[in-house]
Design a protein around this ligand. Structure first.
Ligand SMILES: NC(=O)c1ccc[n+]([C@@H]2O[C@H](COP(=O)([O-])OP(=O)(O)OC[C@H]3O[C@@H](n4cnc5c(N)ncnc54)[C@H](O)[C@@H]3O)[C@@H](O)[C@H]2O)c1
Ligand SMILES: O=C(O)[C@H](O)[C@H](O)COP(=O)(O)O
Length: 382
């Protein structure tokens, strides 16, 4: 039995007991403060995006497995982990639907405010992997025009169906960034949007970043927004996270503390994916199902009498303005306090469920039912 295994986990990973209690002894610590001394006698390390996992953290430890309950891996020195023979994994796609729903919710809310039909918009998706790819599929199913820029994919798959970034920026009503942070190789993404190309954005465009903060040069963006107040900025990620620049946040129509992927479904899916990988590493059977650890949603059903404005179920499942208000309340704290507040908002994030958790009953309007189905809701016709 492996009951003596020591598991050190970020305290913000949910369902740890349900998933790992049979595997080993679990110790929880705040991820931002994990030190080499904390990790020293652990066998398994489970982190989120705020823990840098590299040689200084692990070289004096016996950690043999590192899992990050996130999509992004830029906080892991994977080359060093490979050299050292430490098995590592992330949770690809775990919270992709939550990010897609963040984008859809922002798009529907902003269009409603400006009296525009979202279905007539052109959306440019930069980075079409797990998140961007699902966003492209959902938007195309809804009938929107979608432009995609993803040079690594274009190189692998052929250029058909992809456009250059410049064309995307100049033709899209909403530009959504979903690339990882990449510093080297032929297609780096650090400051992919910068002084040189921000100017290409269409008048009145929405620029949304839910990838990684440094993909936009934040200082260039501040300067740009001073000239181009017609652009609507939606930022979930920030160049100096957890420090948010108040001036930049003030320029946003929606500003949130890196929670685009924070559905409970996504977080638990991420933890469960780590559990599955740990089981494989240990040669154990994967005996716990994802469904068994996912709680029932608080609101399971929305009854309507014949028809419903799609914004209603969207806002009921995810309202980005709640997160925006919470972040704005912290903007004028001193920098140290502001960073702590950013982490607190993430740590105590309210339960948010994905669109698929809501069943919409009583619809008679077929067109609306189809639209809501394509948005990702569960629809039962009257
Ligand atoms: N805000 C959040 O809460 C949140 C949640 C989940 C993921 N993320 C971030 O979003 C990023 C994307 O997630 P994912 O799961 O889709 O990752 P992924 O690796 O599946 O996809 C990334 C895509 O970006 C493309 N890409 C790489 N370099 C590019 C470039 N220079 N220009 C355009 N495209 C490029 C890749 O080819 C790939 O298709 C993650 O790396 C993570 O950092 C943020
Ligand atoms: O990469 C990801 O999966 C996301 O950015 C994720 O939402 C980060 O959340 P964190 O690990 O910082 O809690």
């Amino acid at each position: 039995m492996n009951s003596r295994l020591k598991i050190l986990a970020d305290e913000n990973i949910p369902a740890l007991d349900a998933l790992f209690a049979d595997i080993g002894e679990i110790r929880r610590l705040p991820g931002r403060k994990l030190s080499a001394a904390d990790v020293a006698d652990s066998d398994i390390l489970l982190v989120r995006s705020i823990t840098r996992v590299d040689e200084p953290l692990l070289s004096d430890s016996r950690v043999g497995f590192v899992g990050t309950a996130t999509i992004g891996t830029d906080h892991l020195d994977t080359q060093w982990l490979d050299r050292r023979g430490v098995r590592w994994c992330s949770a690809p796609g775990c919270n992709a639907d939550a990010v897609v729903e963040y984008v859809l919710s922002a798009l529907w809310h902003l269009c409603a405010q400006h009296g525009v039909d979202p279905l007539t918009r052109t959306v440019g998706v930069v980075g079409a992997g797990n998140v961007g790819g699902r966003l492209v599929s959902r938007l195309r199913a809804l009938g929107l025009e979608v432009l995609v820029s993803d040079p690594p994919r274009a190189e692998r798959e052929g250029h058909e169906g992809f456009v250059e970034l410049e064309e995307l920026l100049s033709r899209s009503d909403l530009v959504a960034l979903h690339t990882p942070l990449v510093d080297d190789g032929p297609y780096p993404t650090r400051h992919l949007l910068n002084e040189g190309n921000l100017e290409l954005l269409k008048p009145g465009a929405v620029l949304l970043n839910a990838g990684r903060g440094p993909v936009i040069d934040n200082w260039a963006l501040i300067q740009f927004m001073r000239r181009r107040s017609d652009v609507h900025l939606v930022l979930d990620v920030w160049e100096e996270e957890p420090l948010v620049l108040p001036e930049l946040a003030e320029q946003c129509v929606i500003a949130t503390p890196h929670i685009a992927g924070y559905s409970l479904d996504g977080k638990i899916r991420g933890a469960w994916m780590l559990y599955r990988e740990v089981c494989q590493w240990l040669g154990r059977e994967v005996s716990i199902t994802l469904e068994s650890v996912l709680p029932k949603p608080e609101i399971e059903m929305l009854g309507c009498s014949g028809s419903v404005d799609p914004l209603k179920p969207i806002a009921l499942t995810y309202d980005p303005y709640r997160d925006d208000r919470a972040l704005r309340e912290t903007l004028y704290l001193d920098p140290e306090e502001r960073m702590l507040a950013f982490d607190r908002l993430r740590k105590h994030y309210p339960v948010r469920r994905e669109f698929s958790s809501l069943q919409i009953m009583g619809l008679e309007n077929k067109q609306q039912a189809e639209l809501l189905l394509k948005l990702g809701f569960n629809v039962v016709m009257a």
